[in-house]
Each structure stands twice: as structure tokens, then as C-alpha cells.
Design a protein around this ligand. Structure first.
Ligand SMILES: Nc1ncnc2c1ncn2[C@@H]1O[C@H](COP(=O)(O)OP(=O)(O)OP(=O)(O)O)[C@@H](O)[C@H]1O
Ligand SMILES: [Mg+2]
Length: 504
């Protein structure tokens, strides 16, 4: 048997007291798509950051093409043909796609010669990744930006391409397109490492799968030996929790009502354009839609972070259109924001402070929380939500992506009851969460509903909406264009409405 293209042996890496990798093993074969699975904080990103030269391992060896490889910095990895696309893209928004692709290469962005363009065009054709080269990348949809990132890695000669949770931000159509590209890349001789939490993606695209737990490899198997139940067992070490049961009680009075609400976004464009929607007590209403159809504005207008230009917002029957965040919170509105770094987390503050953020105001009337009470609450939240971190005092910025998301959820749900919460608005609340954490959060949403609360769940994950919703409203160009009660869920019809193909 020929040597694997990449072999990582006994890789260990600590961050202060946190053991991120503890003798991890990994092999990538030439010409394969290799899925990398594991719970939040299992060490997937760290392991691949070691391979890409972003982190230096404390121990262990890396071999490329059967020869020891000294990867000390990103440049070493690039020289060996290893490229990584991170979850948060590193493109320069105002530069064109072409400039971004060639950036950092000899001559870089300033040498816009025909030669560079021809090179990039030839590459795009060879690997089947067409992108418009001259538009500023910030004007391109996320799925296309991601292709620019991939091209950038390939342009630097990557034959090993690492994709860290590449599908989280994509629409279903973009996911299909990405998978087609991945196949084309493999045909063109590229080997792919694919980090994801979505089991069906692994089963659909990967030739082999490695499952990690707590900084170590649990197993590497071929796709035919992997099924969802076994994968989850390997990830968490136990049988998967039963899915959250939806046992809807007849909905009560309207808790949230939006009537013909219009919202302008920061560029003065109508993000919500006459949106009408109601959520009743005990009801979970899912909002489906291709991202960019007003989801952000909807979440913000309900949470009170933006004011509508016109229309009416009612909470429990009372007009609340002009109320800001603090008044909404007092009226019992909880919100799980989508953008965890912008709206959710203060990275320099500790885990404990982040968990308690917003609560002190209600509990202690403007006085900062008492440290001991705070620590105890934070410790409880860490355990309950299984947030992987060294402790309540660790800076939140050091947590893995999924653990940040859990931290926000812990904050939102912590004390929901004593705060008399009535309405929960959650925008992509399980994005980047592993399977058990997703189940846990789904359970909490259902619980909240069954205790008489109203939930507005805005999600790009249609499976999640189909599983949890009593009713699905489809948002298209800033309006609800169709509603489907639970008994009439039809994936195809909903998908059609999401792309504007509905008049009813
Ligand atoms: N720069 C850092 N400083 C401190 N701790 C870190 C750093 N990077 C990662 N860690 C810690 O190392 C552990 C592994 O993190 P890593 O990001 O590799 O997990 P992951 O498997 O990619 O998780 P996720 O699915 O949530 O993205 C986590 O406990 C994380 O908090
Ligand atoms: Mg990660």
C-alpha cells in the first residue's frame, strides 16, 4: 500500500490549561474526501490548524507523501500543497475576486496583468469553479465568496484542501453546488478534508470519516461502515438522545403580532417590506427562507434592536412598535442572535460574565452581579449546556465556535422563567452545534413552548423547521409569502415558496 498523502501522529496541543489535542492521529489518502466529525471542542479545527501551519503542535509528527514534514508556519504548509478555508472567510471585501485570489502572490493585487487573469481563468475551468472575477467580493453571495476562498487556496498550489464547516452559511442550493465542486476537485487530483456537524453531509460526500473526541481520534472508517447512529455514538460515547418530541397544545392568545412591518437596512434598502406574522402562546412558528430575504431584520425588529419604518408590532396585544431592547426584555422577549461575535459575545470578558450579561440589569437594578452568585450561576450553565472551557473565568474569545453558540443559549435560557419570558426569537440557534447540543437546544425550545411560551424560530435549516414547527412561514423579499400548518408540510412546496414560486 502506498503511504497516505498526509499522516499526523501523536499530535498534542495545549492552550494554557486546555488540552485541545491529546495524541491525535489522522491520515488522508490521495484522492479522497475525508470527513472530520466530533463534538464542539473535540479539536477538529485545532488539528487542521496544525496541519495548515497556523498552530505549532506541542508534540507529534506530520508526514506528507511519506516524508517527515516540518510545518512551522503557514508558508511551510503552502509549500507542501496544503490549503485551508476557514469558517470565517479571510477575503478583502472591497477587492475583486481576481485580486483576492492572487493576493499575496508575487506582484499580488497590484499586478493586474492579463497573465494572472488567464492563469486564474484556466484554473477555474480546470476545477469547475466559475466565479465573476471583477466584482468586489463583498457584493458576491456567501456561496460564491467561499468559492473564491477555495480558488485562492488552489492558486497557491493546494492539493490538500481543508474545508472547516463549509456548509453552515450556505443555502441548500449553494450546498449542492459546493458538493459538485468538491467532486470536480477530486477529479482534478485534489484531496479534501471536510469538517462538519451534519451527518447526512458526511454520508453523502465523504469516502472515509474520522471521528474525534476530546482531542483524540476515536475511529476512522469507510463510508459504508458509517451510519448516523454509530457516528453519534462515536462522537459522544453513548447512544444518541431521543429526538425532542413535539406535542403541541392548542395555541393560546397571540403573543407576538407584526402587521405590515417595514424595516430599512443600513443601506436604506427595504429589508422587511410589509411583513405580517403572528405567534401565539404555546406555539412554535418556524420562518423558512433563503438567507438574505429579511431574516436579520425580522429578528432585530422583534428583539427591539431596530425600529420599523412603518407598521405595528404588538406584544401580548399591546403596541410595542417603538420599544427598544430593554423594554422588550421587560415585556418578556428573549433573543438568540445569529452573529455571535457581533451581537452575542464579548470575547475579552470571561465565560461567567458573558453568561450573566443582561441579567444583572434585571436582577440587581443596574448594580453588577454579586461575584459569588454569578460564579455559581455560570458554573451551572457551563455544566447544563456542556460548554467546553477551562472554567467560568476563561475569556470567552478562546472557546470553539460551537461552544460560543452554547454560551449564548445558556445566557438566554438561564433565568428565562424567573424573568417571566413570553417570547423567544431564535435566529439560526443551532448553527455550528454538534448533534447532542442541537438536540439539547431543540428540547429547550420545545419545553419553552410547552410551558406556554411563544417561539419564533428563524432558521436556514429546513430539517430543523420541519421537525420543530407548528407552522412554517416562508419569508421571501421581506414578506411572508406562504404559511404551512404542521399537517401540510411539504418540503418541495416550501422550497418553491422560498425561491418566490408561490402566489397563494
Ligand atoms: N486559541 C485558543 N486559545 C485557547 N483555547 C483554544 C484555542 N483554540 C482552541 N481552543 C480550545 O481547544 C479546544 C478544541 O477547540 P477546536 O476549535 O479545535 O474544537 P472544534 O472541534 O473545532 O469545535 P467546534 O465544532 O465547536 O468548532 C476547545 O476547548 C477550545 O476552547
Ligand atoms: Mg471548529
Amino acid at each position: 500500500m502506498t503511504a497516505p498523502l498526509v499522516r499526523m501522529r501523536g499530535i498534542s496541543k495545549r492552550f494554557g490549561p486546555v488540552v485541545a489535542l491529546d495524541g491525535a492521529e489522522f491520515e488522508l489518502l490521495a484522492g479522497e474526501v475525508h470527513g472530520l466529525l466530533g463534538e464542539n471542542g473535540a479539536g477538529k479545527t485545532t488539528l487542521m490548524n496544525v496541519l495548515a501551519g497556523l498552530y505549532r503542535a506541542d508534540a507529534g509528527e506530520v508526514e506528507v507523501d511519506g516524508r517527515p514534514a516540518a510545518i512551522r508556519e503557514p508558508r511551510d504548509a503552502v509549500r507542501l500543497g496544503i490549503g485551508m478555508v476557514h469558517q470565517h472567510f479571510e477575503l478583502v471585501g472591497q477587492l475583486s475576486a481576481l485580486e483576492n485570489v492572487v493576493l499575496g502572490r508575487e506582484g499580488g493585487a497590484w499586478l493586474r496583468t492579463d497573465r494572472l487573469r488567464r492563469e486564474v481563468q484556466a484554473l477555474m475551468e480546470r476545477v469547475g469553479l466559475p466565479v465573476p472575477l471583477d466584482r468586489p467580493v463583498r457584493e458576491l453571495p456567501v456561496g460564491v465568496q467561499q468559492k473564491v476562498e477555495i480558488l485562492k487556496a488552489l492558486y497557491r498550489g493546494a492539493r490538500v484542501l481543508i474545508l472547516d464547516e463549509p456548509t453552515t452559511l450556505l443555502t441548500p442550493q449553494e450546498v449542492d453546488s459546493l458538493f459538485a465542486s468538491v467532486r470536480a476537485l477530486v477529479e482534478a487530483g485534489v484531496s479534501v478534508v471536510f469538517i462538519t456537524h451534519k451527518l447526512h453531509e458526511v454520508l453523502r460526500t465523504c469516502d472515509r470519516v474520522t471521528v474525534m473526541r476530546r482531542g483524540r481520534r476515536v475511529v476512522t472508517v469507510g463510508r459504508q461502515e458509517a451510519d448516523p447512529t454509530r457516528l453519534v455514538e462515536w462522537m459522544v460515547g453513548t447512544a444518541p438522545p431521543p429526538p425532542a418530541a413535539r406535542n403541541p397544545s392548542p395555541p393560546g392568545r397571540p403573543v407576538l403580532e407584526l402587521e405590515a412591518v417595514k424595516v430599512l437596512d443600513s443601506r436604506g434598502v427595504l429589508a422587511l417590506d410589509g411583513c405580517t406574522l403572528a405567534v401565539r402562546a404555546g406555539e412554535l412558528v418556524g420562518v423558512a427562507g433563503v438567507s438574505g430575504n429579511g431574516q436579520q431584520a425580522l429578528a432585530s425588529v422583534v428583539a427591539g434592536t431596530v425600529r420599523p419604518a412603518s407598521g405595528v408590532v404588538r406584544l401580548d396585544g399591546r403596541v410595542a412598535t417603538r420599544h427598544g431592547v430593554a423594554e422588550r426584555m421587560r415585556a418578556g422577549v428573549l433573543s438568540v442572535p445569529e452573529d455571535r461575535l457581533r451581537d452575542g459575545i464579548l470575547p475579552r470578558m470571561s465565560v461567567a460574565e458573558n453568561v450573566l450579561l443582561g441579567r444583572h440589569r434585571l436582577h440587581f437594578r443596574g448594580v453588577w452581579y454579586e461575584p459569588e452568585v454569578g460564579r455559581r450561576l455560570a458554573q451551572q450553565a457551563i455544566e447544563e449546556f456542556r460548554i467546553a472551557c477551562p472554567g467560568p473565568d476563561a475569556p470567552a474569545g478562546q472557546l470553539s465556535g460551537g461552544n460560543l453558540q452554547k454560551l449564548i443559549a445558556a445566557r438566554v435560557f438561564g433565568g428565562a422563567r424567573e424573568r417571566g419570558a413570553r417570547l423567544l426569537v431564535a435566529h439560526n440557534p443551532t448553527r455550528g452545534l454538534d448533534v447532542p447540543s442541537t438536540e439539547f437546544l431543540h428540547g429547550r425550545l420545545v419545553e419553552f413552548c410547552q410551558a406556554g411560551g411563544a417561539v419564533l424560530l428563524i432558521s436556514e435549516d429546513l430539517d430543523e423547521l420541519l421537525k420543530l414547527s407548528d407552522r412554517i412561514a416562508v419569508l421571501y423579499r421581506g414578506r411572508v409569502v406562504a404559511e404551512f400548518p404542521r399537517g401540510r408540510f411539504d418540503r418541495y412546496e416550501i422550497g418553491r415558496a422560498m425561491t418566490g414560486g408561490v402566489s397563494a
